[in-house]
Ligand binder design. Structure first.
Ligand code: R5P
Length: 264
């Protein structure tokens, strides 16, 4: 540990031990995703509610104001698109010089465990940790992603994937909520944040899985589509902030959502 590392981490995990990250990294593999076609326009109304934003460097440089007070988690893996051969064929996509130049709070990197590219992406994580550690830059590993992983979102698999990433040196793990989620958290020596997944049918459903996941040990979330694809993104963001930082129940938070939606 060093002061720089501690300082960055303190911006990403607040004093209550919790965190709310807004994911807007989707463009790096799927182009102008609905809701973040203009990421800067989508981000600004949400900025007051979130603790950090997860973006690729293109979005950062072109859509996020350089005087933002919001800590940046930089997406540093890539190399493929949704029309390419295999989404899992990723590598570290940003140099350590660029990471430092962009003055980010942390980096985020995907590991495709169980895929043909498991070894490549896992070794990439190890190397990224080696490159970031001397400069005190925390690394968030994103686990269990990729098309073929849809069938594997169960506790045994996610616990294994999370632990493997932690052993490679990741400082925070982002993975999916699942039944028996406490098994994932209990088997992982570093903090776990809940990833989003496809947009669910109702706001209450989002609030419930976040609430339950946090009751079971997650420190917070990294969510995208369920926020900025909602008809009232600010309402969802405010409600999530209440669950994450104010101990609100899903029902209490849903009332905040409704108030904001009705006030629009
Ligand atoms: C994962 O690596 C993605 O790029 C997103 O950061 C993650 O899936 C969270 O976004 P969403 O809530 O839209 O799934």
């Amino acid at each position: 540990m060093n002061w720089g590392f501690e300082n960055r981490l303190s911006k990403l995990i607040l004093e209550d031990g919790h965190c709310f990250y807004l994911a807007m990294d989707h463009g790096y593999f799927q182009g102008p995703t609905h809701g973040i076609e203009r990421p800067g326009v989508a981000f600004e109304p949400l900025e007051e509610f979130v603790d950090a934003v997860f973006v690729p460097r293109g979005t950062l440089k072109n859509a996020i104001k350089s005087n933002t007070k919001t800590p940046i988690i930089l997406r540093v893996s890539g190399g493929n698109s949704i029309v390419g051969k295999d989404l899992a064929n990723e590598e570290v996509s940003v140099s350590i010089d660029e990471i430092l130049r962009l003055n980010v709070a942390a980096v985020g990197y995907s590991v495709y465990i169980g895929s043909e590219y498991e070894h490549q992406t896992l070794m990439g994580l190890n190397k990224l940790v080696d490159q970031c550690a001397p400069y005190g830059i925390p690394v968030m590993a994103v686990t269990a992603v990729g098309r073929e992983m849809d069938q594997k979102k169960e506790a045994r698999f996610l616990a294994m994937a999370s632990r493997v990433c932690a052993e490679a040196g990741a400082d925070v793990i982002k993975t999916y909520f699942c039944d028996d989620f406490e098994k994932v958290v209990n088997g992982c020596p570093v903090p776990v944040v809940i990833a989003g997944g496809p947009k669910v049918d109702s706001e209450l459903e989002v609030l419930e899985f976040v609430y339950t996941g946090m009751q079971q040990g997650a420190i917070g979330v990294n969510l995208g589509r369920n926020i900025w694809q909602n008809a009232c993104p600010r309402g969802v963001a405010r409600a999530l902030q209440a669950v994450i930082h104010e101990n609100a129940t899903p029902k209490e938070a849903f009332e905040l959502f409704k108030d904001m939606k009705n006030a629009k």
